[in-house]
Design a binder for this molecule. Sequence first.
Ligand SMILES: [Zn+2]
Ligand SMILES: [Zn+2]
Length: 303
Amino acid sequence: MFEITFLGTAASVPSTSRGLSSLLVEHGRQRFMIDCGEGTQRQLMASGLGFRRLDTILLTHGHLDHLLGLGGLAGTLNLWRATERLAIHAGPAPLRLARRLLEDVVWPDASPRLALEWRELAPGPFVTGPELTVSAFPVRHAAPDCFGFLFEETPRRHLIAERLDALGVPAGGERGRLAHGEAVTLPDGRRVEPEEVMGSERIGRRVAVVGDTESTDDLLEHVRGVDLLVIEATFLDQDRDKAKARSHLTVGQATALARDAGVGELWLNHQSPRYPAGAVEREARAGFGNVHVAADFDRVTVG
Ligand SMILES: [Zn+2]
Ligand SMILES: [Zn+2]
């Protein structure tokens, strides 16, 4: 199960209601922050999610509206000893920029207690665990070395609640062990095998997050069939010339990608204050049924 929390949904400059780009993807106890625009640490406080276990930051690209908050956030993580290490994953150019920000500006004279890990992204998987794989894929935008991210759960057979109830398996530890493929003995002495309570289908959720981008044809293969796609939609279709000139997408391009890729649920991010309330949503709904325009602190569960 994934939980995604939008911490900042503005394009380029913040507004009174939208912070600059950042969102959090949580899977079990693992947390991934994607982008860290100015003010992200305050958004994180306001969200109630807290700073614990925040040790991995992924950068989509090096534009300042996506990374300027890294200095302040890393400073606070270090001050509060909220984590012992902080891994920053980005393409070569944005990684150099983030490194200059932390090493030359935030800590020019002394090293932080926090162990900083600089991880250069290339296309392909870069987090591979028993439960989760995270991969990077290239994205075209007016900046070097841009990446999008695909989060994939390892497909597993799931417990069927009705069978558990019928057999009287209590909520708690027994169900957890069955989910991991272990047989359990109930308090009355009966033994329950995982085969008795598991469905045959293997299910693994998939979530894709794309930051700023100027094209969608190159993304199709990477986001095909995902349960949830987060992508920018900075302009309405009426402004497609501006979108092209500034290396961004229109709502129509984003919804067409979701249709063509057979995406389950679409969340539009990186919103411009230039449009009246509801305009982006109307255009989005005309293009794709299951679409949401992200607002700060929106939280969505995929599972
Ligand atoms: Zn941006
Ligand atoms: Zn950008």
